[in-house]
Design a binder for this molecule. Structure first.
Ligand code: BJW
Ligand code: ZN
Length: 244
């Protein structure tokens, strides 16, 4: 199987990869959904919204501070490193992530389309400007934006919010023009990210899914590789190097 995948990869000049929370699971970052999922006792739909922030900014900031601390203590895993290395083997490679943890960059991936922002940054709820990087937030005394006085919030995309127009356009461009699309460690239910593999397939790309559990995408995929990405992706890379 890996030999066959390696051949497909080798024959494709243009590859796009979409990752989700599952790729960071082996680093110790909990996923949102599924058996081992959920950040604490809250569902993302309950805390990752502007309504939740407006109703109770303190709880939302406590949740984000807790996650920031955890993410600050973890390291990339072999799945992240395999993708960074794969990029150097392929002429045209786009890495698109829904994750806000920055672990792809930490693994050496240089160009990463972060669809849902980055948890380590803050921005203003009113004017949307990014705040200086090193501001720690005290949930009981949330700092105000230095430009307009609005409250600071994490620089991530909540439900009901638009994704950055340039970032999502670039992601769709990559999906619609690639020859091979990998969907890795995502439940493939949150849109518009979940539309990317479908658009790629509709535009004629081969679709490979890497996930220990089946998802709504699995039946559409040309190859469904059941397993943790920290094991599956390095095996693809190894097969690619052996057969080139
Ligand atoms: C492993 C593994 C291992 C485990 N190895 N794998 C079209 C249709 C229907 C609904 C909509 C639609 N368009 C928009 C919507 C509404 C909404 C939406 O999609 N809702 C769905 C729930 C139905 N989307 C939005 O609101 C988006 N905005 C938007 O579309 O704007 C336009 C608009 C504006 C106004 C009105 C209407 C439209 C924004 C979505 C933002 C999502 N934000 C979050 C939080 C980010 C900040 C934060 O981190 O706090 O993003 S929610 C959360 O879900 C997070 C994730 O990036 C995202 C996706 O989750 P992901 O990565 O797939 O993780 P999991 O946990 O779901 O899955 C993990 C997978 O890993 C599992 O499958 C495991 O099996 C697997 N796994 N271990 C590999 N070792
Ligand atoms: Zn402001």
């Amino acid at each position: 199987m890996y030999e066959e995948i390696a051949k497909v990869v080798r024959n494709c000049g243009k590859i796009a990869v979409l990752t989700g929370a599952g790729i960071s699971a082996e680093s110790g970052v909990p996923t949102f959904r599924g058996k081992e999922g959920l950040w604490g006792k809250f569902r993302p739909e309950e805390l990752a919204t502007m309504d939740a922030f407006m109703a109770n900014p303190e709880i939302v900031w406590e949740w984000y501070n807790w996650r920031r601390q955890l993410i600050g203590e973890v390291q990339p895993n072999p799945g992240h490193y395999a993708l960074a290395e794969l990029a150097s083997e392929i002429d045209d490679f786009s890495l698109i992530t829904q994750n806000v943890d920055g672990l792809h960059r930490a693994a050496g991936s240089r160009e990463v389309l972060e669809l849902h922002g980055n948890i380590m940054f803050n921005k203003c709820v009113k004017c949307n400007r990014r705040a200086p990087e090193d501001i720690d937030i005290d949930p009981s005394n949330i700092p105000a934006c230095e430009h307009c006085g609005g409250s600071l919030r994490p620089d991530v995309v909540w439900f009901g919010e638009m994704l950055d127009r340039e970032v999502i356009s670039e992601a769709f461009r990559a999906a619609e023009t690639c020859e091979l699309f990998f969907s890795v460690g995502t439940s493939a239910i949150v849109h518009p990210a979940a539309s990317l593999p479908i658009s790629a397939k509709q535009a004629g790309a081969t679709l490979i899914e890497v996930n220990p559990e089946r998802t709504p995408l699995s039946d559409l995929a040309d190859y469904y590789l059941a397993g943790p990405s920290g094991e599956v992706l390095p095996q693809i890379l190894e097969a690619l190097r052996e057969h080139s």
